[in-house]
Design a protein around this ligand. Structure first.
Ligand code: KMH
Ligand code: ZN
Length: 271
């Protein structure tokens, strides 16, 4: 097993859940900033960022991304990764809008999939538009793979030079409509990556903990957080993002995987 440092990404809040479902979700800019800082203090080096508007609704507004980014930067160093996925139904234009702020990283989902009862639309034109937005603003993509077909799209687009050469891959497994978070699926996906390609695993819901274990053992990186999973264990809601990250840190240390500092993560993914 590798003893390379593990990069922990904190997905502190997504677009799908509401405070009615779990009051600990960070929603306001101040709550998002506190959650980001606590996550970094716990061991995360990347903050995967979605924001909400004044009504608590998912938003891709540039002013809110700007405010939250500035406030995080005032309090800690972290790689800030903007979501270009937004919420299901967000227009491509809105999804790309915050990239003008030139975050260090931004997501790039490589295909359309059923997303629970909704459809997360990422047709060819959308992917190309988002990839261009990332390229224009010098943002390193985190390619989000939800399904095996998206892996094939990655291979095809790389061959056609449709996406930048430097990118990180995140396997987001467990969306109802995408691939589930089994070790067999992770092994298959990782086996198809170009040699030396950096990757992380994000397991949704009950897949978060097992995928963390598998990714650590396989030499990958890990994403956890309340966007992906609001439970600490079955029947017990997570108190905070930091609580989920602290568990990854404890397990990683037991496995002789040191926790990557922000600077090490930059060297590994962005240099
Ligand atoms: N909210 C999902 C529909 C991303 O951040 O890039 C898409 C998502 C992916 O969360
Ligand atoms: Zn997201």
């Amino acid at each position: 097993m590798t003893s390379d440092p593990v990069i922990i990404t904190a997905a502190i809040v997504g677009a799908e859940r509401s405070v009615e479902q779990w009051a600990a979700l960070p929603i306001t800019p101040e709550q998002l900033v506190d959650a980001a800082v606590e996550s970094v203090e716990a061991g995360a080096s990347i903050i995967h960022l979605h924001v909400r508007d004044e009504d608590g609704q998912p938003s891709q507004r540039v002013d809110i991304f700007s405010k939250v980014t500035d406030l995080i930067r005032q309090r800690c160093d972290a790689i800030i990764q903007y979501s270009t996925g937004g919420a299901v139904g967000t227009t491509t234009q809105d999804r790309i809008a915050p990239l003008v702020l030139a975050p260090e990283m931004g997501t790039l989902s490589l295909g359309t999939l059923n997303f629970g009862e909704d459809i997360f639309e990422n047709g060819h034109d959308t992917i190309i538009e988002i990839a261009q937005g990332l390229r224009l603003n010098n943002v390193v993509p985190e390619v989000e793979i939800f399904d095996l077909g998206m892996m094939e799209t990655l291979e095809r687009y790389l061959a056609q030079e449709l996406i930048p050469k430097k990118f990180h891959v995140d396997f987001v497994l467990g969306v109802p409509g995408g691939l589930s978070g089994t070790i067999e699926n992770l092994v298959t996906l990782v086996g198809r990556l170009p040699k030396g390609q950096s990757w992380s695993a994000a397991g949704l819901g009950r897949y978060e903990l097992p995928l963390t274990l598998h990714a650590l053992a396989m030499g990958g990186h890990v994403r956890v957080g309340l966007e992906d999973n609001i439970y600490y264990r079955k029947g017990e809601l997570a108190k905070s993002n930091a609580q989920l990250i602290e568990r990854v840190v404890r397990i990683a240390k037991e496995c002789d995987r040191p926790i990557a500092t922000v600077e090490q993560a930059r060297q590994m993914l962005l240099a």
